[in-house]
Write a protein that binds this ligand. Structure first.
Ligand code: SF4
Length: 455
């Protein structure tokens, strides 16, 4: 059963602190900044620069790339130099997992560094036979000290990126595995930032489950407001997938929060080329500006009736999904009726089904969870997603994840029933829940194994 929230946070209540990321400012009354992420190997400097140029050409305002290891730091310096020579001055952001030393090495090189609290946490300490939550917090804080001090010294911003699939054991042990746990993890870092007097920070609360993402972000906004420390919010639904479903999931989660006036920067995550993320994000922002939420009260059956004459397909999708996410996360919807004279009845029904599926009101087909790919991706994930869709789409209620790498994939596929995760060049691992069923098999072998498991 979902817990619906009735938070009172509105834009006028939650004016975030203005922070500086390279030449950009976010927070306060600044417009929402659009960002994306490269999916080339960061070591492949030419390909990464090329992709950043393409992103810049479609209106991307901040770009992130994975920096998996120390050897990639040199490539980041080259990327930065080449991008700046081309006259592109958008902030460059490094995404670092599990490697505090790599994060520290990037300070002063990139404009912002994203770290995951789950990577800094240890299990709860044993002390006199008891597990102590606070001692573990102090250990984590000490581990973060050097990064925060270096960032403060060099004017590098940080994103504390909390992810539903990679919460630490100690947080899950105490708070469970829902929105409250994501919020608790973030609030620990609000405290760490305050203790070290570090202010150039933005927070994100990502989940593949749209409702969890919305609730966690609202909770965080409430709690930050209560402490008087309203840091900017980065919005995103992670592992949203591709095509209509990826767009609907992203717009339902991000749009619901934007309609509440929350969010200072956003990333739409799609298992497609990164430029598509920016193109859809722009449509979503345009859609949000046109929506008057008061115009759509639910009918007595709890049904949202969305009649529109929007002719732009992506803007229409974004508006319908954002509105549904907004209503579903506040009072709950039971159904949705969509009509638009510029689209066929079949298209309207497809969109309605995708929205009900994204909000987990009615599952009409298999939920495909797939990561947006990044420098860690080691096989053709887009192709894998298409093949999984073709073979396994007709299992309502089933969730299959298709993830790029074994570093983050198994953790971040969260509540999937089955998963295919890249393990080495063109090889994947097959999971049933958290159990590893086969290692290093080809995609075709993995699909056959999945078929046997599902039937
Ligand atoms: S799961 Fe996908 S997006 Fe996440 S780190 Fe691995 S390859 Fe990158």
């Amino acid at each position: 059963m979902h817990v619906y929230l009735f938070f009172s946070v509105k834009k006028k209540d939650f004016i975030s602190r203005e922070i500086t990321i390279g030449r950009q400012k976010i927070g306060g009354l600044h417009p929402v900044l659009l960002q994306s992420m490269t999916n080339t190997s960061t070591c492949d400097v030419a390909a990464t620069v090329e992709q950043i140029i393409r992103l810049s050409n479609v209106g991307c305002e901040m770009v992130r790339f994975s920096v998996p290891a120390m050897r990639d730091v040199r490539a980041v310096i080259e990327i930065k130099n080449l991008v700046r020579q081309k006259g592109i001055d958008m902030p460059l952001v490094a995404d670092v997992h599990f490697q505090p030393a790599v994060a520290e090495a990037l300070v002063g090189i990139v404009d912002k560094i994203r770290v995951n609290p789950g990577n800094y946490s240890t299990d709860n300490h044993e002390k006199n036979g008891k597990r102590t939550f606070n001692d573990s917090f102090e250990t984590m804080k000490e581990k973060a000290r050097s990064l925060l001090q270096l960032c403060d010294r060099d004017g590098t911003a940080l994103r504390i990126g909390v992810n539903h699939g990679s919460l630490s054991h100690r947080i899950v042990e105490r708070y469970g595995n829902g929105a409250e746990a994501l919020c608790a993890s973030a609030m620990e870092w609000v405290k760490i930032c305050q203790d070290f007097n570090f202010q150039n920070v933005v927070f994100s609360m990502k989940a593949s489950n749209v409702l969890v993402m919305i609730q966690a972000t609202w909770l965080l906004a409430e709690q930050m407001r209560a402490t008087g420390q309203c840091y900017p919010l980065h919005l995103g639904v992670t592992e949203a997938g591709s095509g209509l479903d990826g767009r609907v999931k992203s717009a339902a989660g991000i749009g619901a929060l934007l309609l509440r006036g929350l969010g200072d920067t956003l990333r739409v995550s799609l298992t497609e080329k990164p430029e598509n993320e920016i193109l859809f994000a722009k449509k979503m922002l345009q859609a949000i500006e046109t929506i008057d939420v008061e115009k759509y009260p639910l009918d007595t059956q709890g049904r949202l009736v969305y009649e529109s004459e929007e002719q732009d397909r992506e803007q229409w999708i974004a508006a319908a999904a954002a509105l549904s996410g907004y209503y579903h996360s506040t009072i709950g919807i039971r159904d949705i009726w969509i009509s638009n004279p510029f689209f066929s009845l079949k298209e309207c029904k497809l969109l309605a089904n995708a929205i009900l599926q994204a909000c987990r009101v009615k599952m009409s087909y298999t939920e495909i969870i797939s990561c947006p790919t990044c420098a860690r991706t080691i096989y053709d994930l887009e192709n894998a997603v298409e093949k999984v869709k073709r073979r396994f789409i007709n299992y309502p209620g089933l969730k299959i994840a298709v993830m790029g790498c074994v570093v983050n994939g198994p953790g971040e596929m969260a509540d999937a029933d089955y998963g295919i995760v890249g393990s080495s060049k063109n090889k994947v691992v097959v999971y049933k829940g958290k159990e590893r069923i086969s290692s290093n098999v080809s995609l075709e072998e993995a699909l056959t194994i999945l078929e046997t498991l599902i039937h």
